[in-house]
Design a protein around this ligand. Structure first.
Ligand code: MOS
Length: 695
C-alpha cells in the first residue's frame, strides 16, 4: 500500500467537524434524544433557606391526570452513599439552602410535571439563616486546601516587616460578586433504568461522562460498569458541568421509581441558580510594598470567600499571587465563611479570574503611586524562576506578551494622567493587565484505535466537547500521530462505552486526551505498522509525566483595553480589546481563537455586568434569569482581538500545547477596570463596573 502524502493536520484552522450538525439542529443534545414514551420530571425546590420540612402534601399533585409518581423525603429510595451531601437528594428533612430539591413529580408531559410540582405543598419549620458574606464573618475558617492546592496559606520571608519599611505601599480591598455560569444549554439529563439488567443509562449534558458515571454509580451503590453516560454534544458548561450535581441523582432516582420509561429532566435557568454551582463572591485585601521604581519587596493577598454548609468548595483565589511576580516577601491566605447557600463550584478560571482581577488592579494602583508605566511595572517584577518552588519556567512569555501587545495596541502614546481625555460626553482611557493560567494535565485517559474494513482509523476516547472544538482538535492530533490524512480518521467521544477520559476542565482536555491519542497511535504503529489489517487495534494512556516534571508550567497573556465612560451617566463601553497570549503550540487556530475570544467576552461580561444578587431576607438569588443576570451581548463587544505568540512548549507534552479554554478570561476584567480608572480618575474596587459606581 502506498502512503498518500499528508500535510500536518495540527496547526490547520479546521472548522468544527460537527459544526454544521449543531447549527442545523441535527446534533441531538441530551434532552433531545428520541426515546420511546419518555416521562418528565418537575422538581419542587425549597422556598426557605434553612430549616426542616414539616410536611409535604402531595395529594393534589397525585390527583392530576398523567402524574406517575411524586418523590419526597418520605418515600424516596435510600441511597447507598450519602457522605457527599450534594448528592444526598431527598434523604432527610433538612433544608440547607433555598432552591434545594425537596420533592419531584414524574409525569407524562413536561407541562403536567410542572403543574403538578406547583401543586405540591411543603410546610417548613424554619431556623434563622445566614447568606451574607462579610470580611469579619464570625464563622471564618481556614480550609485544608483550595481546589486541588494543598495549602490554603503560604508565607515566605517577612511580609509584614517588608511592608512596614517599603517606600511605597498599596493596601486596598477588592470585591467580586457571586457569579453564575450561564451556558446556552441548561443542565439536562435523561435517565433510563433497565430493572431487568440492573443498568442505568444517562443522556447527560456534562463536561465528563466518566466522572458522572463514577459519582452516580457510587451514590446508588451500582457497579460503574452498570452505569452508562452518553454526552456527545454539549452546549457549554464553563465549569458548572464539570461534575455531576444533584439533578443527576434526582433524575436517576425518578427513573428507578418508574422503571422501564426514560425520565427527562431539564433544569430551568432559574433552577440553575441554586443547583449547579457558581463562583463565590470574594473579598480580597491586597498589599504591595515596593521601592520608588515599583520593584516589589512584599506581596500579600488575603482572601475571604464563602462556601455552603452542605459541602465545602474552596476556590484558589490567591494562588496566582504565589507565582506572578518577584517579591521576596509574600503571603497568601484563604478563609471561608460557611453560609446557608447553594454549593459553589468551578466557573471558568476558578481562582485565577477573581484573583487576578484584584492583583492586577493593585498593580495598576502601584504603577500610579510610583509614577511608573503599568507595562514597565510588570516587566521590572519578572521572577527568574517560580518564586515559591524555585522551579525553572518551561515557557514564561509574559514579557513578550506585554511588550508585543503594547506595540500592537499602540500603548506607548499613552498619557498616564487619569481623567483628562474627552470625546464629547465620553471620558477615554486605556488599561492593561496580565493573564495567567496553569498548564494542567490529567493522567490516565485512555484512547483506543481500531482500523476498519473501510480503510479508516476509528479513535475512541470518552472525552467531552462542550463547544470548544475538542473533537476536531483530537481528530487533527490523531491524523498526525498516525501519519494519515484527516479523511481516514474518525474520532468518537462523549460516551462511557468508550475508554476512560478525564473531565473537560482546567483547560486540560486537549493536552490530556491528546497525549492518550498520541500514545495509542504510537502503539498502533509499533504493533501493526503502516499497512494494518482490518480489525487491528491498539490502546494508549495519558502518562503521569506528560508534562515534564520539575518545570513551572503556565500560560501567560496580556490584555489591553480601551474604555469610554459617559461623563453624565457612568455607562461604560469597551470599543477595543486586545489579548495577546502564550499558550504553547496551537492545535487549531480557528477553535483556539474562538476559545480565547470567548474568554475575553466573559471577562468583559465580568467587568461590566455579571452579578448574582442575594436577598438576605429570603436567601435566594433575585436576578436568576437572563433578563436580570446580564451577560455581555453583541452590543457590548466591539473591536475584540485575540492572538498568540507562535510557540511550542517542549515540556508541556507530546503536542507542545497548553490549554486555551480559561486564560482568556483571566485579567480581562482588571484591564477594563484599569482603563475605566484611566478614563475617569475614579477607582472602582468592586465588580461589576455598573454606571452608578462612577457617579
Ligand atoms: Mo473549567 S471552570 O475548569 O471547567
Amino acid at each position: 500500500m502506498t502512503t498518500p502524502p499528508t500535510t500536518p493536520a495540527v496547526g490547520r484552522p479546521l472548522a468544527r467537524l460537527e459544526g454544521e450538525a449543531k447549527v442545523t439542529g441535527l446534533a441531538p443534545y441530551a434532552y433531545e434524544h428520541a426515546l420511546t414514551d419518555p416521562l418528565h420530571l418537575g422538581p419542587v425546590l425549597s422556598t426557605v433557606a434553612r430549616g426542616r420540612i414539616r410536611y409535604v402534601d402531595t395529594a393534589r399533585a397525585e390527583a392530576l391526570a398523567g402524574v406517575r409518581a411524586v418523590l419526597t423525603p418520605a418515600n424516596a429510595e435510600r441511597l447507598a452513599d450519602t457522605e457527599d451531601r450534594e448528592f444526598a437528594v431527598l434523604q432527610t428533612d433538612e433544608v440547607a439552602f433555598r432552591g434545594q430539591f425537596v420533592a419531584a413529580v414524574v409525569a407524562d408531559t413536561p407541562e403536567t410535571a410542572r403543574e403538578a410540582a406547583g401543586l405540591v405543598s411543603v410546610s417548613y419549620d424554619t431556623v434563622p439563616h445566614d447568606v451574607t458574606l462579610t470580611a469579619d464573618h464570625p464563622g471564618l475558617y481556614r480550609p485544608d486546601g483550595v481546589n486541588a492546592h494543598p495549602d490554603a496559606d503560604t508565607e515566605h520571608g517577612e511580609p509584614d516587616a517588608a511592608l512596614a519599611r517599603a517606600a511605597v505601599v498599596v493596601d486596598h480591598t477588592y470585591r467580586t460578586p457571586m457569579e453564575h455560569n450561564n451556558p446556552m444549554e441548561p443542565h439536562t439529563t435523561v435517565a433510563l433504568w433497565d430493572e431487568g439488567a440492573g443498568r442505568l443509562t444517562l443522556h447527560d449534558s456534562t463536561q465528563g461522562a466518566h466522572p458522572v458515571r463514577r459519582t452516580v454509580a457510587g451514590v446508588f451503590g451500582l457497579d460503574p460498569e452498570d452505569v452508562r453516560v452518553i454526552a456527545p454534544y454539549v452546549g457549554g458548561g464553563f465549569g458548572s458541568k464539570g461534575s455531576a450535581h444533584a439533578h443527576n441523582v434526582l433524575a436517576a432516582m425518578a427513573a428507578r421509581a418508574v422503571p422501564g420509561r426514560p425520565v427527562k429532566f431539564a433544569l430551568t435557568r432559574r433552577q440553575m441558580f441554586s443547583l449547579v454551582g457558581y463562583r463565590t463572591p470574594t473579598i480580597q485585601r491586597v498589599r504591595l510594598g515596593a521601592d520608588r521604581e515599583g520593584r516589589l519587596d512584599a506581596l500579600v493577598h488575603e482572601v475571604v470567600e464563602q462556601t455552603s454548609k452542605v459541602k465545602e468548595f474552596a476556590e484558589q483565589t490567591a494562588v496566582c499571587s504565589r507565582m506572578m511576580y518577584a517579591a521576596p516577601h509574600r503571603r497568601t491566605s484563604h478563609r471561608l465563611a460557611p453560609l446557608d447557600v447553594p454549593i459553589p463550584f468551578w466557573m471558568r478560571a476558578p481562582g485565577e479570574a477573581p484573583g487576578m482581577y484584584a492583583l492586577e488592579s493593585a498593580m495598576d494602583e502601584l504603577a500610579q503611586a510610583c509614577g511608573v508605566d503599568p507595562v514597565e511595572l510588570r516587566l521590572c517584577n519578572e521572577p527568574p524562576a517560580h518564586p515559591e518552588t524555585g522551579e525553572p519556567w518551561s515557557d514564561r512569555a509574559l514579557v513578550r506578551c506585554l511588550r508585543e501587545g503594547a506595540e500592537r495596541f499602540g500603548w506607548h502614546a499613552r498619557d498616564p494622567a487619569p481623567g483628562v481625555r474627552r470625546d464629547g460626553d465620553w471620558l477615554l482611557g486605556t488599561g492593561v493587565a496580565s493573564a495567567v493560567y496553569p498548564h494542567l494535565v490529567n493522567p490516565g485517559s485512555v484512547a483506543e484505535i481500531r482500523y476498519g474494513e473501510d480503510g479508516r482509523y476509528r479513535v475512541g476516547i470518552g472525552a467531552a466537547d462542550i463547544g470548544t472544538g475538542a473533537l476536531t482538535a483530537l481528530t487533527q492530533i490523531a491524523a498526525d500521530a498516525l501519519g494519515r490524512p484527516l479523511s481516514e480518521v474518525v474520532v468518537a467521544i462523549g460516551d462511557t462505552d468508550l475508554p476512560e477520559a478525564s473531565v473537560a476542565g482546567g483547560s486540560s482536555g486537549t493536552t490530556s486526551w491528546g497525549a492518550a491519542v498520541v500514545a495509542a497511535a504510537r502503539a498502533f504503529r509499533d504493533e501493526h505498522g503502516a499497512d494494518p489489517a482490518p480489525g487491528a487495534g491498539a490502546r494508549g494512556t495519558t502518562p503521569e509525566d506528560t508534562a515534564t516534571p520539575g518545570y513551572a508550567q503556565f500560560s501567560f497573556g496580556a490584555h489591553f483595553a480601551e474604555v469610554r465612560v459617559h461623563a453624565d451617566t457612568g455607562e461604560v463601553r469597551v470599543p477595543r480589546m486586545l489579548g495577546l497570549f502564550s499558550v504553547g503550540r496551537v492545535v487549531n487556530p480557528r477553535t483556539a481563537r474562538s476559545q480565547l475570544l470567548g474568554g475575553m467576552v466573559m471577562g468583559l461580561s465580568m467587568a461590566l455586568h455579571e452579578q448574582s444578587v442575594v436577598d438576605p431576607e429570603f436567601g435566594h438569588v433575585v436576578n436568576g434569569d437572563l433578563a436580570g443576570y446580564h451577560v455581555a451581548a453583541h452590543a457590548d463587544v466591539a473591536g475584540l482581538e485575540a492572538d498568540w505568540l507562535e510557540g511550542n512548549d517542549p515540556h508541556a507534552g507530546p503536542l507542545g500545547s497548553r490549554g486555551v479554554g480559561e486564560i482568556g478570561i483571566v485579567g480581562a476584567a482588571a484591564a477594563v477596570a484599569n482603563a475605566a480608572h484611566h478614563a475617569t480618575g475614579v477607582r472602582i474596587r468592586e465588580l461589576p463596573l455598573t454606571p452608578d459606581r462612577f457617579l
